[in-house]
Design a protein around this ligand. Sequence first.
Ligand SMILES: NC(=O)c1ccc[n+]([C@@H]2O[C@H](COP(=O)([O-])OP(=O)(O)OC[C@H]3O[C@@H](n4cnc5c(N)ncnc54)[C@H](O)[C@@H]3O)[C@@H](O)[C@H]2O)c1
Length: 350
Amino acid sequence: MKKFRVGLVGVGSICNGAHIPALKAIPEIEIAAICDIDPKALENTKKNLGNENVPAFLSHKEMLEKRLDLDAVHICTPNYAHSPIACDFLAADIHVFTEKPISMTRAEAAKMLEAEKKSKAVLSVGHCWRYNNEMAALKKFVDAGRLGEIYYAKAISNRRRGIPGWGVFCDLEKQGGGCMIDCGCHALDTALWLVGNPRPVSVSGCSYGKLGRNKEIADMGGGWSWDRDNFNIEDFCTGFVKFENGLTMYIETSFAAHIENDYFGVQLIGDKGGATTAPLKIFTDENKVMLDITPHYLQPASPHADEIIDFYTALSDGSEIPIKAWQAYDVISIIDAIYESARTGETVKL
Ligand SMILES: NC(=O)c1ccc[n+]([C@@H]2O[C@H](COP(=O)([O-])OP(=O)(O)OC[C@H]3O[C@@H](n4cnc5c(N)ncnc54)[C@H](O)[C@@H]3O)[C@@H](O)[C@H]2O)c1
């Protein structure tokens, strides 16, 4: 692999917990600068990196001005900052890997695609669910035509109780929404990718905030206790999407709901076979026998590390990056339309 000098913007939980370990494991990568609006986060990250001398900045613009010969940046800020920061780095021809969702709105994502078009650099998004070992295995069956024409898909990301209490996850202004934009985007991206990213044409949806402000319900403690007085996002949300090729998709997601168990997965129905994940099963007919196919063993995967290795391998080879900005644009376009439909009660045409 070629050598890369990488900058990190927004050095909080996911950056320290997932990006830094993944980057440190690639010998060709040097973490050459860090940036956060919180000086404490910069200090913690210097310690985590074992490098007190890494150039550290309180604003991404300062980091850009110093230039530092950066080849790429990872944006791990809350959602509100993904689009403006990505556009600034793309304008300087620095590759961008931003955390999911690509942005808070479709309009912000459109600016990022425009910035990528004008740039010599590329934009990719951390839709890491694709790297889950079941999803990766299922994709091979789908691409080999084992399910035939897929005409229905379900994308589910349901937590019985999992409202993030750290950072700004419960702040509509800084996140753009609740469970749908935060976790639903993973399930939605993966389902879209599995079925070959067809063009969405219409969207309807509903969102609810029934549990987040309730002081009587339990929480999971630690980072999973949230500020109930200032909770202003949705904790349950559904969407229904029609696609140009005739596919329909249902999306369901919760931060908190009275359900038996958490569930994170997809269901696909095609004219030759169907599938569910978590656990992975494929349903089909052969010789007039209805078959359930289950894997005996799946190679373990490290989704965060694997998506980052793939990104730099593609940059190094000059091949196409695996997670394309236009795919993440479709994800946020659908989510934006689900929120609009929830507000207006109307179906939204895309
Ligand atoms: N792929 C995944 O599975 C996954 C998991 C968790 C979080 N995320 C995404 O990562 C992002 C961050 O989540 P987190 O849990 O690390 O949050 P966090 O609150 O722990 O960290 C965010 C950091 O960004 C800093 N920040 C805020 N605004 C900034 C700005 N304008 N410039 C520079 N730094 C800024 C904050 O001070 C904080 O240190 C979110 O977009 C979230 O959706 C993805």
